[in-house]
Design a binder for this molecule. Structure first.
Ligand code: XMP
Length: 520
């Protein structure tokens, strides 16, 4: 019979987590320090399941979360993440009221309906519209035209948005209201995509459908290309992550807000979380650089008492004691990572933090005992890192990987012919001034002597979240196939590790070739 089980020859070299990490307990290891050994497999990558349960009421179809950072996750990113089966955590570097509206946008998102389409006014010139397209790098050129009160006046078709008509006014060039196809918002029904699909089939050559209310105010835009994409996606393996009311799931980050006396502002925290819960938030994340601290523990306790069923994420920690503390305070999922992030300087500035794989191992053992989950937060630069992280955690949190996506906040900037987006640490001076100082235990307007723990940087623009996630998911599924794991639970149990030498690291990347195309 063919050998499908482990051979005893392998055992001294490729060790399971509980042998490998204690045997390497004198050194902090991160993703590139180790590699995973393959196992006999009957599992094809495409058949693997990536579902993960982070708390009783928090289930994701893919184990990927976008970071609560002001250059990564606002509503657009959170919508894209949830549509792909993951989760976005809306950052807190904004007024509380704005965070509530960001959450509402995700919860009210109707897939395929662009709720706030870019509009133009009849008074503008085609030249203004061309400049807007250039400045914002829009990939489309058809715009609804509305008056000062938001009432629909017509549609400016891409056919007339041309330099040749630059001197003409929008009012001269638009397709008039009477010829524009619209549907009343209330007529969209429970399945707006099916409704729009039917409309486009019945109206040959029409590619845009505008949504209005009874007073003809514009409420959205549905395009045929989106409808076609969504109809395709419905057959996809990974379904959007939705709550029991069929709304996309959404998370919001919180800081440990303090009052003028430096005490935890319990009332303000409770009021804000109460409002978030009213808007349908599915999870809150108490996000700080040092989660094994009284402020974070007390915040979690206050929230757990007030909202017994609300899933709570808390962090960050890198020790078993930190996990146990936050679990005892009432957290369900605990963020692990201090200083691994691509924009982090905590290890340089403060001299603290633990390389990520060692931190994940230590924390995972405490988490299993406390029946909580852990999230590997930071330092992930490629799908292989996610694969390794998922051998010890229930999901990963990524910032840098998504910061260059269209859905991340901020404008695209062009430098020497290349397109970039800004990406900054929440502990960078600019982000702390914008509000995140509490995350690092500082005042909002830090005095000179406060040392930032993050940098401001750029990421190359990298297209849509759908595209980036497709690559990452493909990598995770490959990893699971190599380890013969049909789902993430099996993966946790089966992983075997070995250290990699510097020469082994070089061998792992393309070498001794002139690379013409990257793997992506
Ligand atoms: P990646 O590697 O995905 O990391 O870009 C994102 C994670 O980094 C953390 N973070 C910071 N850590 N200083 C730090 O030491 C900072 O300024 C900072 N900003 C974010 C955070 O955990 C995030 O999810």
């Amino acid at each position: 019979m063919a050998a499908t089980r482990n051979s005893t020859f392998d055992d001294p070299f490729y060790q399971p987590a509980d042998e490998f990490f204690p045997a390497n307990n004198k050194i902090g290891l991160t993703f590139d320090d180790i590699t995973l050994a393959t196992l006999y497999s009957e599992i094809l990558p495409r058949d693997t399941q990536l579902d993960t349960q982070l708390a009783e009421n928090l289930h994701l179809h893919i184990p990927v979360i976008s970071a609560d950072m002001d250059t990564v996750t606002e509503s657009r990113m959170a919508i894209a993440m949830a549509l792909n089966g993951g989760l976005g955590l809306i950052h807190y570097n904004m007024p509380e009221r704005q965070q509530l509206s960001e959450v509402s946008r995700v919860k009210n998102h109707v897939h395929g309906l662009i709720q706030e389409p870019i509009k133009v006014s009849p008074e503008q010139f085609i030249a203004d519209v061309l400049a807007l397209i250039e400045q914002k790098k829009f990939g489309f050129s058809t715009f609804p035209v509305v008056d000062g009160k938001g009432k629909l006046v017509g549609l400016l078709s891409g056919h007339v948005v041309k330099p040749r008509y630059a001197g003409k006014k929008v009012s001269e060039a638009l397709t008039p209201r009477t010829q524009v196809h619209t549907i009343k918002k209330k007529e969209l029904g429970r399945d707006p995509i099916a409704r729009a699909d039917k409309f486009f089939t019945e109206h040959i050559g029409i590619h845009k459908l505008l949504v209005v209310d009874d007073d003809d105010h514009l409420h959205g835009l549905i395009t045929m290309s989106d409808v076609e994409r969504i109809t395709q996606e419905r057959k996809a393996q990974f379904k959007p992550a939705r709550d029991a009311h069929f709304h996309l799931i959404c998370g919001a980050a919180l800081s440990t807000t303090r009052n003028a006396f430096g005490e935890l502002d319990r009332e303000r925290i409770l009021n804000h979380v109460g409002a978030l819960v009213e808007r349908g938030v599915n999870v809150v994340a108490v996000s700080t650089a040092h989660g094994h601290s009284k402020g974070v523990g007390d915040t979690v306790k206050v929230l757990r008492d007030a909202f017994p069923k609300l899933p709570i994420i808390a962090g960050n920690v890198t020790s078993a004691a930190g996990v146990e503390y936050l679990a005892d305070c009432g957290a369900n999922a605990i963020k692990v990572g201090q200083g691994p992030g691509s924009i982090c300087t905590t290890r340089i500035v403060a001299g603290v933090g633990i390389p990520q794989m060692t931190a994940l191992y230590v924390c995972s053992r405490a988490a299993a005992k406390k029946k909580v989950t852990i999230l590997a937060d930071g330092g992930i630069t490629k799908s292989g890192d996610i694969v390794k992280a998922l051998t010890l955690s229930q999901a990963v949190i990524c910032g840098g990987i998504f910061a260059g996506c269209n859905e991340a906040p901020g404008e695209v900037v062009e430098i020497s012919g290349k397109l970039y987006k800004q990406y900054r640490g929440m502990g960078s001076l600019a982000a702390m001034r914008a509000g995140s100082a509490a995350r690092y235990g500082h005042e909002k307007n830090p005095a000179q002597k406060v040392a930032p723990e993050g940098v401001e940087a750029l990421k190359e623009a990298c297209g849509s979240v759908d595209r980036v996630l497709a690559q990452l998911i493909g990598g995770i599924q490959s990893g699971m196939g190599y380890l013969g794991s049909a789902n993430l639970e099996q993966f946790l149990q089966k992983a075997r590790y070995i250290r990699v030498s510097p020469a082994g690291q070089r061998e792992a990347a393309p070498h001794d070739v002139v690379e013409l195309k990257t793997g992506n």
